[in-house]
Design a protein around this ligand. Structure first.
Ligand code: GLC
Length: 532
């Protein structure tokens, strides 16, 4: 049986149910609300939705602090609403994945409540305890702005517990067989409800071992492979997408022999897209892709410009990070941990040509693109909101004060000024041929017609112009030439004989004669096929 490799060509769309559309008028987005907006997502042309956590939770980390793995947060609806959503997504020929948070629970989870209350409880071993809080000192602190240790003293338990993220998110103890079984059952539960797979949250940190960084340990890979085997055996065709913020070689391990993750986010590529635009040079892209090892034939990279977290800068050098902060975070409030808590459009100065260029790179470089809700219309952030909440504001459907998101006051205020709903909204863009929305819709439709985008190999053109990212994407059946001017000035490009001739411009549908030298306007890009 050949496995269906649909995810290699897919375009994903990440969304926060709370932020998307309010179906019941309480100011909070919900599953029935999202269901009424599936036509919009289908019109945009995305293939697979990724929902941020929707489970019961005190929402101190926006739902990544789970209090019950087997239910829906009452703000968002019910399990029946979820089933109806999955069915409606599938009826439209789209797919849906959910967040699977394996590493930790909320401290409100009944397991943790039982564990901290009684040393002899069956649940005590579900978590990682210490009398001294001195173990695993080599593990770094991830939320470095907010936490000072990975251990937290618990008065009630009379011991320290281990947490890699917020202190209110105790890590589960994967050395305990019952935890391993329990989390397999969590996966089964959602797969039984019809989800097409999972974005696996923070799979890097499942096990702890003294004297290591406690990241990407062999035990962790072994467990993830085990979960994959269960999924393949009991739910063939479902996918597993890894959120692992690691350098290319370590990321590569998460694909194993094609028997661990189907997809992994290419975290090192993302900041280099911004670096390439800041330096107006293709070199950062070429370098990181040259450093990226090949992956098994049944795998794929997941690529992205922005997501619901800060634009993480853990995968660049100190010098690159300084440059990126300087360019993209002029106001200190924009910095969070090592990253930048802003949305795509403001990062790129609301320059529509630059925003389109960034999307063009995302759609043409290897990988399955993952869009973040609202970026298709150029939404901005609200820096007045704490932590990462500024990039999780209500989807802006129309120009009204509540952005057409809700009949009530939304759970959080939309940005003001240039990015207010009056300026940035779906209604104003959806039937406007020059809008960002229409460009993305068009580009995705073209992308869908050419397998080389999802599956072709990548070969850089050796051009002497450093400001142009020029590359081929090729399958045995077709060969595409992609040209991107990363700079704000016109650039002339000397093309080798293999790239000359009559070219079909995929985005405009026109024929273009290409001779030895070609001039690209500022931030111009071309998707071409050449006549043989
Ligand atoms: C992941 C999520 C982030 C969350 C963290 C802890 O990094 O993307 O939003 O805070 O895990 O669960």
């Amino acid at each position: 049986m050949t496995l269906p490799l649909w995810y290699q060509d897919a375009v994903f769309y990440e969304l926060n149910v709370r932020a998307f559309y309010d179906g019941n008028g309480d100011g909070m987005g919900d599953l029935p609300g999202l269901l009424t907006k599936l036509d919009y997502l289908q019109t945009l042309g995305v293939d697979c939705l990724w929902l941020l956590p929707i489970y019961p939770s005190p929402l101190k980390d926006d739902g990544y602090d789970i209090a019950d793995y087997y239910n829906i947060h009452p703000d968002y609806g019910t399990l029946d609403d979820f089933k109806a959503l999955v069915q409606a997504v599938h009826t439209r020929g789209m797919r849906i994945i959910t967040d699977l948070v394996l590493n930790h629970t909320s401290d409100r989870h009944p397991w943790f409540q039982a564990a901290r209350a009684d040393k002899n409880s069956h649940y005590r071993q579900y978590y990682v305890w210490s009398d001294s809080g001195a173990e695993y000192a080599q593990a770094r602190i991830i939320f470095s702005d907010l936490e000072t240790s990975n251990w937290k003293w618990d008065e009630q338990a009379g011991q320290y517990y281990w947490h890699r993220f917020y202190a209110h998110q105790p890590d589960l103890n994967y050395d305990h067989p019952a935890v391993q079984e329990e989390m397999l059952n969590v996966a089964r539960f959602w797969l039984n409800l019809g989800v097409d797979g999972f974005r696996v949250d923070a799979p890097t940190y499942l096990f702890e071992r003294e004297g290591t960084s406690c990241e990407s340990l062999p035990e962790t890979h072994a467990y993830l492979k085990r979960m994959r085997r269960v999924m393949d055996a009991e739910f063939p065709g479902r996918i597993f997408l890894a959120e692992t913020n690691q350098p290319p070689r370590e990321l590569r391990q998460y694909f194993a022999e094609g028997d661990e993750f189907h997809l992994a986010f290419h975290f090192p590529l993302m900041p280099r897209l911004f670096l390439a635009l800041a330096k107006e040079e293709a070199a950062p892209l070429r370098d990181i892709l040259a450093e990226t090892p090949p992956i098994p034939a049944n795998c794929q990279w997941a690529t992205f410009l922005r997501n619901h977290d800060e634009l993480t800068l853990e995968m660049v050098t100190d010098e690159e990070r300084r440059l990126l902060w300087q360019q993209y975070a002029p106001d200190p409030r924009m910095i969070l941990n090592l990253g930048i808590r802003r949305r795509l459009a403001p990062l790129l100065d609301n320059n529509q040509r630059k925003i389109k260029l960034a999307h063009s790179l995302l759609f043409t470089l290897p990988g399955a693109p993952v869009l973040y809700y609202g970026d298709e219309i150029g939404m901005g952030e609200n820096l007045n909101l704490p932590d990462r909440n500024g990039v999780r504001t209500p989807m802006q459907w129309d120009a009204t004060e509540t952005a057409g998101f809700s009949a009530a006051a939304p759970y959080a205020p939309c940005p003001a000024g240039d990015y207010a709903p009056a300026r940035v909204n779906v209604a104003a863009q959806i039937n406007q041929p020059d809008s960002l929305f229409s460009f993305i819709q068009h580009a995705l439709a073209i992308r869908k017609k050419h397998r080389a985008f999802g599956r072709g190999n990548l070969r850089w053109l050796n051009t002497p112009n450093p400001a142009v990212a020029a590359f081929w994407r090729q399958t045995p059946a077709e060969k595409l030439l992609l040209l991107h001017n990363l700079s704000g000035q016109s650039q002339t490009l000397d093309l080798p004989a293999t790239a000359r001739g009559a070219a079909h411009d995929l985005l405009t549908g026109h024929w273009l004669p290409i001779s030895a030298a070609l001039t690209l306007a500022p931030y111009q890009f071309l998707w071409l096929t050449l006549e043989d």
